[in-house]
Write a protein that binds this ligand. Structure first.
Ligand code: FES
Ligand code: FES
Length: 160
């Protein structure tokens, strides 16, 4: 075990971790950021998706040591407590892009990454971007609509 520094949701932190500690376990354990979910632990479901230096990664397949010194954003970091939701979060609410909500943090983080690279994605592009995020509930139609709605909102209101 050793102290590893990270920037988590904009805040510098230092956490005691082993070289083999998974990033998702670091987030959910010592950092208490349980909005990042574990659905499979084998890189299939996408529920554990976070941003690493702005790019979506499945945190169940990233070692904490690989993220050392880097910026990690979790679902908790998209909007400050009491502040308006991030446009992607808002769109998932408005468009009913979730049912049980288990997959939603991963869906939202993948969408934030997608819209940072592709501000006006086609439905095909959205489907491709979300192919690593599985949802057992919604059938994906409302999820795609949520992404399109978020894209429009961010184009009108300025990207975040
Ligand atoms: S828990 Fe990481 S992809 Fe499923
Ligand atoms: S909303 Fe239940 S798994 Fe997606």
């Amino acid at each position: 075990m050793r102290q590893m520094p990270f920037i988590v949701n904009g805040r510098p932190v230092s956490v005691d971790a082993a070289d083999h500690t998974l990033l998702v376990d670091l987030l959910r354990g010592p950092l208490g950021l349980t909005g990042t979910h574990i659905g499979c632990d084998t890189s299939q479901c996408g529920a554990c998706t976070v941003l690493l230096d702005g790019a979506a990664v499945k945190s169940c397949t990233v070692l904490a040591a690989q993220a050392e010194g880097r910026a990690i954003t979790t679902i908790e970091g998209l909007a400050a407590e009491g502040a308006p939701l991030h446009p992607v979060q808002e769109a998932f609410v408005v468009c009913h892009g979730l049912q049980c909500g288990f997959c939603t943090p991963g869906m939202v983080m993948t969408t934030v990454d997608l819209l940072s690279r592709e501000p006006q994605p086609s439905a095909e592009c959205i489907a491709h971007a979300l192919e690593g995020n599985l949802c057992r509930c919604t059938g994906y139609v409302n999820i795609v609509e949520s992404v399109q709605t978020a894209a429009r909102a961010m184009a009108e209101g300025g990207a975040r």
